[in-house]
Design a protein around this ligand. Structure first.
Ligand SMILES: *Cc1c(COP(=O)(O)O)cnc(C)c1O
Length: 405
């Protein structure tokens, strides 16, 4: 029997919706113009297509099309927001507050800014993954210029209290930047309403193509500016030079249009499937859901199976199910996820976690198959595990002195 290929890793990237692909195709050959070519119809056509896509993308987040700066993705948009705002506003102060559970595109950019004289506070989150608003407000200092908090976490799906953070930023006159990559296109996101001044997002996390994203930059109340990090022809109102990725942007626009129309029905269907998956897997003993279950994206489940190592568990079903584990493969060593560690999980529970992220093309049959395969795998691994046996016998594993070899 052929092996199944079930994709439950939609937080890493989503398949490009065939309706999006179809919209993009004419912009590779027929309408191949450079959107910056002002002197002939090839350029005009491309520019028109980009204008239309900009409207579609803006429309998804209730913004003005002039507030959308196209980039190569969310990583670049995160860099532009943080570095660009720091450069623009550093005479007002050099302090930025962010969270320990942010995406690497934010964390590493903040570390880079530290080397350039910025003072960064990496605030811890609570055990449920949410930031405590009182602690956030208490971290503000006279030199604070920006708070950077992601809308939804890529590993746990936890949704931060954006409204409360927006109010704190307004009260203290601090810029609010959000990495919205995991939220935009999946739940309603209206940055203006919540007092968000800058927001990064990406097409390939919402059924669009890879290599294109955007930074929302508020144009009124207040008018925010960022210093360009890529210099050249002055595209994107001087904030991001470089020939526009016309087919990508056209696809991004279409993906945004579809998302706006279908997100409610997708979210309802996927939360039903996610709940079914969780319920099925929580039949297993010593199974823990990571992150706040009441403030969570509808399609994400992050689950730890005590004393079962996640990477090993995945091998039991021959990689038939595409998932992410709580062990990040960095430099050949398996390190536990820093996001789960920040939630207070020990190394063992972090290593024994799997992230299930469903998507528009996930089916109930796939969820049923997954419940069965994972349950079988977990039971199999525990049957072979002396640690599990000791645990079942009531041995306190923290008191054991393992001999060194
Ligand atoms: C995927 C992701 C990114 C990076 O986006 P790219 O478009 O791949 O550069 C940034 N932040 C979050 C939260 C993400 O999930």
């Amino acid at each position: 029997m052929a092996l199944k290929k079930i994709y439950l890793d939609n937080n890493a990237t989503t398949p490009c919706d065939p309706r999006v692909v179809e919209t993009m195709v004419p912009y590779f050959f027929e309408h191949h113009g450079n959107a910056a070519s002002r002197s002939h119809p090839f350029g005009w056509e491309a520019e028109e297509a980009v204008d239309y896509a900009r409207e579609q993308v803006a429309n998804l987040i209730y913004a003005d099309s002039k507030e959308i700066i196209f980039t190569s993705g969310a990583t670049e948009a995160d860099n532009l927001a943080l570095k660009g705002a720091y450069e623009m506003y550093r005479r007002k102060g050099n302090h930025i507050i962010t969270l320990t559970t942010e995406h690497k595109a934010v964390i590493d950019t903040c570390h880079k800014l530290e080397k350039q004289g910025a003072e960064i506070t990496f605030l811890d989150v609570e055990r449920d993954g949410l930031v405590d608003l009182k602690k956030l407000e208490a971290a503000i200092k006279p030199n604070t210029i920006m708070i950077s908090v992601m809308w939804a976490n890529n590993e746990t799906g936890v949704i931060q209290p954006m409204k409360g953070i927006g109010e704190i930023c307004k009260k203290h006159g601090v810029l609010f930047f959000s990495d919205g990559t995991q939220a935009v296109g999946k739940i309603p996101t209206n940055p203006r309403e919540l007092g968000i001044h800058l927001m990064a997002f990406s097409a390939h996390k919402m059924y669009g193509p890879k290599g294109v994203g955007a930074l929302y930059v508020s144009r009124k109340n207040p008018r925010v500016k960022v210093t360009a990090q890529v210099d050249g022809g002055g595209h994107e109102r001087g904030m991001r030079s470089g020939t526009l990725n016309v087919p990508g942007i056209v696809g991004f626009g279409k993906a945004a249009e579809i998302a706006k129309k279908e997100m409610a029905q997708d979210a309802e269907r996927l939360s039903g499937l996610r709940d079914k998956l969780e319920k099925g897997l929580c039949q297993l003993e010593e199974t823990y859901i990571n992150g706040n279950v009441d403030h969570r994206m509808p399609h994400v489940a992050n689950i730890s199976f005590k004393h079962v190592e996640g990477e090993g568990l995945m091998m039991t079903f021959n990689q038939e199910i595409a998932l992410s584990s709580g062990s990040a493969c960095t430099s050949a060593s398996l390190e536990p996820s820093y996001v789960l560690i920040a939630l207070g999980l020990g190394d063992d529970l972090a290593h024994s976690s799997l992230r299930f992220s469903l998507g528009r093309f996930s089916t109930e049959e796939e969820v049923d198959y997954t419940i069965e395969a994972i349950s079988k795998g977990v039971n199999h691994m525990r049957d072979l595990s002396p640690i599990w046996e000791m645990f079942k016998e009531g041995v306190d594993l923290t008191k054991i002195e393992w001999s060194e070899h």
